[in-house]
Design a protein around this ligand. Structure first.
Ligand code: MOS
Length: 742
């Protein structure tokens, strides 16, 4: 048997992406890159009202236009089965064209299929739809539709707050935000009379297959989903959207491959967004800065038909120690498209409110905000009354302060200068849950001394190909270049969804078990082949490493090459299989509080004369368990910080009150941060293995990098300008009230 001794050169180092050369040479195939002989193009027709009913759809003109094969509406698309959430996950359970009710602007009402994209677009524009329209409700200010629910509660927070002398009570808001991955959503659907092959940009191909099979009314074995590369998802590609069943239905009906690319404009209403939030925070403390109560009451908007909980209270119950705490949630229905997970769902907007409130409490107390957090560090998770599997927030705060130079901070507003710039320094803590999903993997050892690790997961740009290869190489003591990774195809063993920063941690047990199984089989081959080198040896005394089968107590170089062993045993390769369970299954989920932690320190520069604000510098320290690949992990955190800049200073989806249309539905008007906006970023990992999560101690990183950034920015903005912005994003017009002068 092989030992899974972790070879330091393969785990933890800064390895470049194995698929990097494919990407930089343009050879990596994304869903919309697929073309097939006879392929047709589909373009949806979107509702131009935000609330109402379809009165009539006139397709006559469109039907007669050049190249048009068919125009689909509710009358002729055929039946889609409505999915039960226990079967598979969707964010829009209403199948496309199910009824004639328009619940949000942009809802698909028809689909045109033509020879070329241009013909399909022209014909889609010629489909005439008349509506009975009512004014849509896209009001941003929220009041709950129902009695609020309770996320977590302990002690008597309202009573303590009422009695307290030192307290703050503020409401924070985050706007609707729209995911803008560079890769547009797309489905290329093929149907051969029996099986569907769907080329998708999915963050979860296994769920996608289950969902589409159920909607199309065929067994899952008759659907294959392929996602070789994803140009980011940020949560918008977690679960199938309705373009996928539409494309599949057209492929089945017409017997031709169908390509349906969702336009950037449609991505503002057909592939999800993060709902706006409104969060009231009430905190009280002793003069020494010990929290005596914390109340977090949050609201978020949801679509008319669907419900997605924006779980802003995710981190509130365990982040700080306090005897009295209450977290409640409520939702308000709006004529908006279905909401969904967006990077760091729940905790990211939630921590904007929690960490902003902590900063305001620190100001109220006249206390350093790092010190305030250190004084409220809990011994255990006080919400669930269980120990933390591994929590090093204190060290994140101290190491971050040290790297940033925080002790030089003058806490007075507008007091710090550099050249003609006013400096603002702010900080925030962050956390993100760590969980394992069920996963399977296979590892094939080949006669040429190479190995292939495979799992039906996907690489959404985060480095999954690379870390899978690293894990297998480590378990087999093979050089990384001898291992290739296969993923992105439901024909492989079912792997985890790339969501919640869980893919890496979920793959560890499956890949290690598969590698060990393959090694065991190679050892069996060696014994069965009767090679003289192993005559009389017990299986336990043999290992696989460095491409050889060798005696456990001797170096790999003393062994026999795997190729020779396999040939002698009469086989080309051996394939091992491995499975890993979910955190829920082994009970660790109940016995421990499992989270990653971190701290951000930011510097903004403010030029009062020009009203110019920039994020200049960020230091982030992350406690994300064992880091498998320092380069791809750092890349995740850097990207998340830039996204945090977007959340803090740029991103906001605005609706037209007349028809419910997202007004800024393009990359010129919906502003995302670019390279030119990016600050100087210093990312540091603590690298403490969390073996409750898996044997390597890897929790996975990604979303945590976004959590807290916006609060650190608004705290820094307050420090520079004296203006406290509680509704994101920070706008220049908010800062014109500043009394800080150059
Ligand atoms: Mo993430 S929002 O789970 O893709």
């Amino acid at each position: 048997m092989t030992s899974a001794t972790v070879a330091p050169p393969v785990i933890g180092g800064g390895f470049t992406r194995v698929e990097g050369p494919l990407k930089v040479t343009g050879r990596a195939r994304y869903a919309a890159d697929r073309t097939f002989p006879g392929m047709l193009h589909a373009v949806p027709v979107c509702a131009t009202v935000g609330n109402g009913r379809i009165r009539r759809i006139d397709t006559d003109v469109a039907q007669g236009m050049p190249g048009v094969h068919k125009v689909y509406t509710r009358e002729n698309i055929g039946h889609f089965h409505r999915l039960h959430e226990a079967v598979a996950k969707l964010d829009e359970y209403r199948p496309p064209f199910e009824d004639d009710v328009i619940r949000y602007y942009g809802q698909y009402v028809a689909l045109v299929v033509a020879e070329t994209l241009e013909q399909a677009m022209a014909a889609a524009a010629a489909v005439r739809v008349s509506y009975e329209a009512q004014p849509p409700n896209v009001e941003i200010t929220l009041a709950p539709d129902d009695e609020p629910g309770i996320d977590t509660e302990r002690g008597d927070a309202p009573g303590e707050f009422a009695r307290a002398a030192i307290k703050i009570d503020h409401t924070y808001g985050t706007p609707p935000e729209t995911h803008n991955p560079i890769e547009l959503h797309a489905t290329v659907a093929l149907y051969d009379g029996h099986t569907f092959t769907l080329y998708e940009c999915s963050q979860g191909i296994v769920n996608h297959r289950t969902a589409l099979a159920a909607m199309l009314g065929v067994p899952p074995e008759q659907v294959r989903v392929v996602t070789e590369h994803v140009g980011s998802g940020f949560g918008s590609k977690l679960w199938p959207w309705t373009q996928s069943p539409l494309a599949a239905a057209a492929a089945r009906d017409l017997g031709r491959p169908i390509k349906l690319v969702v336009s950037r404009r449609m991505m503002f209403h057909n592939t999800g967004h993060r709902g706006n939030t409104q969060q009231r925070m009430r905190l009280s403390a002793t003069p020494e800065g010990k929290l005596t109560s914390l109340q977090h009451d949050y609201l978020f908007h949801v679509a008319m038909e669907e419900y997605h909980k924006e779980f802003c209270g995710e981190a509130t119950g365990f982040l700080y120690s306090t005897p009295n705490l209450r977290v409640t949630y409520g939702s308000a229905r709006r004529n908006v498209a279905p909401t969904t997970s967006m990077r760091g769902p729940g905790a990211v907007p939630g921590l904007f409110a929690v960490e902003s409130a902590m900063d305001e409490l620190a100001v109220e107390l006249g206390m350093d905000p790092v010190e305030l957090r250190l004084r409220n560090e809990p011994e255990r998770d006080e919400a669930d009354n269980v120990p933390f599997s591994s929590r090093h927030l204190r060290e994140c705060l101290l190491a971050g302060a040290e790297r940033f130079g925080w002790t030089r901070r003058d806490p007075r507003v507008g007091a710090m200068r550099r050249g003609g710039l006013v400096l603002g320094w702010g900080m925030a803590a962050c956390s993100w849950p760590a969980r394992r999903l069920k996963a399977e993997a296979s590892v094939e050892l080949r006669a040429d001394g190479t190995a292939r690790v495979a799992s039906a997961t996907q690489d959404i740009g985060t480095g999954t190909y690379t870390v899978m290869a690293q894990m297998a190489a480590s378990a087999l003591s093979l050089p990384l270049e001898k291992v290739d990774a296969a993923l992105g195809d439901t024909a492989l063993p079912p792997g985890p969804t790339s969501g919640g920063s869980m893919a890496t941690g979920s793959l560890v047990p499956a890949v290690l078990a598969a590698a060990r199984d393959a090694a065991r089989q190679a050892v069996d081959c060696a014994l069965r082949a009767g090679l003289p080198a192993f005559r009389g040896w017990a299986p336990d005394a043999l290992r696989v490493g460095g491409g050889r089968v060798h005696a456990a107590d001797r170096p790999p170089s003393s062994g026999v090459p795997i190729g020779e062993v396999l040939r002698a045993a009469g086989c080309d390769s051996v394939t091992g299989h491995g499975k890993g369970d979910a955190s829920e299954d082994d009970g660790s989920f109940k016995r421990y509080s499992t989270h990653s932690f971190g701290a951000h320190f930011v510097e903004v520069t403010w030029e009062p004369a020009l009203a110019r604000l920039r994020l200049a510098r960020v230091v982030t320290v992350i406690d994300g368990g064992k880091i498998i690949n320092a380069r791809t992990a750092r890349n995740q955190i850097e990207g998340a910080i830039v996204m945090g800049l977007g959340m803090g200073m740029l991103e906001e989806t605005s609706y037209d009150a007349r028809n419910g249309a997202p007004i800024n539905n393009n990359l010129a008007d919906y502003i995302v941060a670019t390279h030119a906006d990016a600050p100087e970023i210093d990312v540091h990992f603590l690298d403490y293995p969390d073996t409750v999560i898996n044997e390597l101690g890897a929790r996975g990183v990604g979303e945590i990098g976004l959590a807290g950034v916006a609060a650190a920015i608004t705290s820094a903005v307050y420090h520079a300008t004296g203006v406290r912005v509680r509704d994101l994003p920070v706008k220049i017009e908010d800062l014109l009230a500043s009394e800080v002068r150059a």
